[in-house]
Design a protein around this ligand. Structure first.
Ligand SMILES: [Zn+2]
Length: 76
């Protein structure tokens, strides 16, 4: 899945930048990959999709069809 990407600029703390540089060095995975994973994580955590929820995983647990976030409140 090669999705078109847009450029952005973010400021990180020194600690975040050092940790990311270390991780990138040790794994040989580009830092942008980790940053995108982090953004996906936050977007799932704070789902803002206005979609009909679907896919009951376990009894009473509904997930957003767009991002897989567990829905807390009943949405239709
Ligand atoms: Zn969602």
């Amino acid at each position: 899945m090669t999705e078109k990407k847009v450029q952005t600029t973010v400021y990180l703390t020194r600690k975040q930048a050092d940790g990311l540089a270390r991780l990138t060095f040790q794994t040989n995975v580009p830092s942008a990959v980790y940053i995108r994973q982090g953004v996906d994580h936050v977007l799932r955590l704070h789902c803002t999709h206005e979609v009909v929820v679907d896919g009951t995983v376990t009894s009473g647990t509904k997930r957003c069809v767009e991002c897989g976030a567990v829905m807390k409140a009943k949405r239709k």
